[in-house]
Every structure is written in structure tokens, then in C-alpha cells.
Design a protein around this ligand. Structure first.
Ligand code: ASN
Ligand code: ZN
Length: 327
């Protein structure tokens, strides 16, 4: 049963999305003053009620509840990346409140953006320690950046959550999730681990995180959970009907392309490669974009930003070529 549960989480319940959208429709939105972040952290107290009870609002000091405080800090660091580096004011670029709910359901092993807010499960806190596979989902800063970026994508390219467009949607979330972490750690591209979800697995699992952008397919290999299924090259593209066409699997290919582009450029990944990817998400992709479109558009943006025959343009070209998507 534990194994099935884990598999389900790794495959990542795309099926629940319909349900989430309806939750989104009824969530009330309020607007903060543009230019200032306004974080609101709620506690669902192990129920499915969203947003739940308000636990910490902008400006409040720490609560001592790790899930509440991590959700607050993580949303802040994500907001800061978008605002200070890319000039984006919150998820909608209009100063929208950053709403998060922690402790959603009991023993819930996932986190998601429901169209209007972030939602985090507590992991396997309900189980005896020896049976736990997942820690609380707020534990990893890149997971927070990942979920928030689903919001950004929704307001920009609005990539359809299916097949290659869905895998791109997933990949942009991993890219900016990882950049939130790298910026917080002040790490250059070649110093970062490029792991997504470090700390999410308990010591009972043989794995360093849920995905590796540097070496897709190597994040975990565990007798209970199985092996990381991500490909890092088009030759290994996975054709499947599960997980909306493997959106969390094939995202390994564009993830690796970003890693390659960023490390070829050197320096801090959020400065050049991140800017290229951000502008692509914002201005160049349509909802039905595929990997080839993403490759061509990042190349086009690299030329716009850094010029024809620039080092950055070459890095983007080589990166996509190395994952089997020549421009
Ligand atoms: N954690 C997953 C994600 O954000 C949940 C989902 O939406 N399928 O990708
Ligand atoms: Zn996602």
C-alpha cells in the first residue's frame, strides 16, 4: 500500500487537477498593493477545506510551526527572485496576494498550485517514523518555487498540462524552483546540485530528491519507491498515457537543456539562462508549445538579449542539441 502511495506521488496525481480547478473557482482573491509582497499562510488542520485558518500574515513574526514558517519564507524568496531579478510583481505581475495552505489533508504526500493558491501536504507525519517516506512538503524551498511558478505560467504562456506542453509547464516550475534555491544559497551554476526536492525523502528512502536537472533519472533508486523515471534526451522520451502524458517524466529533457545552457554560460544561473527562460515563458510560448518551440524561442530570446554569435546564443543552441533537439 505504501508502495502504491509512493508511486502515485512520484507519478504525481495529474488526475486531481479537475478537482483543484473547482477549488480555485471558489477561492476568494484579494489584491495587495502592487510592489509589496503580501503573504498569507493558512492551516487546513488536516482537512480539505481551503484556505483554512489564517496562521501567519505578512509582517507577522515566526510562529514556531515549521510548515507555516517555511511556507512563508519560501513564498518570500520566490517573490524576491521574480521581483528583484525579473521585475515581476507577484504571480500575476499585478501584486496578487501569495496565499498558501499547509497541512492539507492527513498524510498527504504532495503539494500543488490550485489555480489560485499553493497547497502543501504534511507528508507522512501521520505514520510511525519507520514507515515514513516523505517529510512535510514545505521542507524544500525549490518545491515552493515550483508550485508558485505554476501560477506564473498560468498567467503567462498558460501551457496546457498535458504531453510536451505539460512537460514544459513542469520544467519551467523546476527551473525557477531551482533558481530560487540557488539564489538563496548564492551558488553559481556549476556549484549548485540541481536536485529538486532535497530533504523531501526521509532517511528510509534511497534518494537525494525527487528529480535531478543535471542527471535526470538518477534522483532516487529505492526498493519501495522504484527508480527515477526521467529521461535526459529525446532518444529516451517516454510515451505514456499516465500522468497526462508523463508531464513529470519528460520534463527531464527540457530540465537538462536548462542545466546545460546555464552551466555553459557560467556565473549565476538566474542572471542569463534564467532571464532567457523567463522572457520565453512570458512573451514567446503559446499554450500548446512543444519542446521544439521552446528550443527555438529560447534561442531567439538569447539572440535578442545577447546578440548574434554571442556566447549565450551558442550555449542555448548546444544545450538543446545535446538533449536531441537541434535548433
Ligand atoms: N506536485 C505536483 C506538481 O506541482 C502536483 C501536480 O500538480 N501534479 O507538479
Ligand atoms: Zn508541478
Amino acid at each position: 500500500e505504501q508502495k502504491e502511495k509512493a508511486k502515485h506521488t512520484i507519478a504525481l496525481a495529474g488526475q486531481m487537477r479537475g478537482q483543484r480547478q473547482s477549488i480555485a473557482d471558489v477561492t476568494l482573491k484579494s489584491q495587495a498593493t502592487a510592489g509589496a509582497k503580501n503573504r498569507l499562510i493558512y492551516d487546513a488542520q488536516n482537512t480539505n477545506v481551503l484556505p483554512g485558518e489564517l496562521a501567519r500574515k505578512e509582517g507577522d513574526s515566526t510562529t514556531g510551526d515549521a510548515q507555516v514558517d517555511e511556507a512563508y519564507e519560501g513564498a518570500g524568496h520566490t517573490y524576491d527572485l521574480y521581483e528583484l531579478v525579473y521585475g515581476r510583481t507577484s504571480i500575476d505581475d499585478k501584486g496578487m496576494d501569495l496565499i498558501s495552505t499547509v497541512r492539507y489533508l492527513k498524510g498527504y504526500d504532495n503539494a500543488f498550485w490550485n489555480g489560485a493558491q499553493m497547497v502543501y501536504g504534511e507528508g507522512d507525519e501521520d505514520l510511525p517514523e519507520a514507515d515514513r517516506l516523505f517529510n512535510r512538503f514545505t521542507i524544500a524551498i525549490d518545491i515552493i518555487g515550483h508550485e508558485l511558478t505554476h501560477g506564473v505560467t498560468q498567467y503567462e504562456a498558460n501551457l496546457v498540462y498535458k504531453d510536451q506542453a505539460g512537460a514544459l509547464n513542469e520544467s519551467f516550475s523546476d527551473v525557477f524552483g531551482s533558481l530560487v534555491k540557488q539564489r538563496l544559497n548564492n551558488q553559481k551554476a556549476n556549484e549548485a546540485d540541481w536536485i529538486i526536492g532535497e530533504g523531501l525523502f526521509t532517511a528510509n528512502v534511497n534518494g537525494v530528491g525527487i528529480r535531478s536537472m543535471k542527471n535526470p533519472g538518477t534522483a532516487y533508486n529505492d526498493p519501495v519507491i522504484g527508480k527515477d523515471p526521467q529521461p535526459g534526451h529525446m532518444n529516451d522520451f517516454v510515451v505514456t498515457t499516465r500522468d497526462r502524458g508523463g508531464v513529470h517524466i519528460n520534463s527531464g529533457i527540457p530540465n537538462k537543456a536548462f542545466y546545460l545552457a546555464a552551466t555553459k554560460m557560467g556565473g549565476y544561473a538566474w542572471e542569463k539562462a534564467g532571464l532567457i527562460w523567463y522572457n520565453t515563458l512570458k512573451d514567446k510560448l503559446t499554450a500548446d508549445a512543444n519542446f521544439e518551440h521552446a528550443a527555438n524561442m529560447t534561442y531567439e530570446v538569447a539572440v535578442q538579449l545577447y546578440g548574434e554569435d554571442s556566447m549565450e546564443q551558442k550555449a542555448v543552441k548546444e544545450a538543446w542539441e545535446e538533449v536531441g533537439l537541434p535548433i
